[in-house]
Design a protein around this ligand. Sequence first.
Ligand SMILES: *Cc1c(COP(=O)(O)O)cnc(C)c1O
Length: 423
Amino acid sequence: MEFETKCLHAGYEPKNGEPRVVPIVQSTTYKYDSAEEIGQLFDLKASGYFYTRLANPTTNAAEEKIAALEGGVGALCTSSGQAATFFAVLNILEAGDHLVSTTSIYGGTYNLFAHTFKKMGIAVTFVDQWASLEELQQAIQPNTKAVFAETIANPALHVLDIEKFATFAHDNQVPLLVDNTFATPYFCRPIEYGADIVIHSTTKYLDGHAVQTGGVIVDSGQFDWTNGKFPQLSTPDVTYHGLVYTEAFGPAAYLAKARVQLMRDLGATPSPQNSFLLNLGMETLAVRMDRHFENAKKVAEFLQERPEVSTVSYPTLATDPSYELAQKYLPNGLCGVVSFEIAAGKEQAAKFLDALTLVSLQVHVADIRTCALHPATSTHRQLSETELNEVGISAGLVRISCGIENINDILADLQQALEQLEG
Ligand SMILES: *Cc1c(COP(=O)(O)O)cnc(C)c1O
């Protein structure tokens, strides 16, 4: 199946007389005829649904679809993107371990890594994604267990050199974890360039309609977890009578462990309702992304010509530092998010946002409706000035997430709001 067809048909194949649309299985539990059958499920010797915290048919349909779209061996949906990132790392790191992450990442992920992980005994070193392999290597420690980055960084919009980071990770026998939220598998499939684990906040483009929060972890099935660095996967788990994930689940060991151990113990389960909405959103992913991209490209070009705007970040612009990487990794398009700087600074940036009428002020991106935000006073408010500089956010930076409205209406609103600025 081609990508657009998978968006509609992967993950759910109704049999004769069954519902055409993925049904919402709003049930926490599942009935069995014998204690023996249930025992087999608990011992992971048989597969089947037994409790919705671990698996649910509606959620499973969404998982299978995402795995097919990203080209992985399987996927695990979570209740938010934050939970997905947390699980993805915690599945292979524990107290005393070390993670390497790029600095240009989502503010919530930065907080998780820099502060919460620290309290849990997991250390994180942040690296500049433009650094050479030799420079990156200096961040590696004997206890380094993974490398983390974003395909298109939120909100800096830096495009990752995925192959460079895959080489960096693999030269050190650790996996590359990539947050692919902004690119979506329609525009980039990081596994094809060597990423081992792909993460999404499905709250964003995969859903697209701003109706559910969710996350997902996709396993490429390609990393060798038996290389000695990952005893959590390659030695017995006492909570399953000594089961060894790499032996019991082969290439899907990482994903199986995340589900049967982390989801069992931490329980960030999506609701079946939300999985239904996510699945519905994904059916139109391909057509929505084309329009998001088309509109964002035009908005970036429009802003670049405006005197009130000092810089515009969008990797289709020849002036953008990510232009060449975007040509390589995202040749067919990018996200709808454009970042730009109001030349007159923080107050005028706030005034610009207040003057918008069609474009709404929202703490969100990737909605089908165009929305805008001032990161320094919202999503990145908790970050100190030094931290803000590190993640590349200035006081006048505005992030606009272009929706799928007619471009003329979006541009007219931006123009009238810019015309109200002084200086
Ligand atoms: C929003 C976002 C997250 C966090 O996802 P939630 O669903 O809000 O928890 C993680 N990474 C990126 C790139 C995001 O944009």
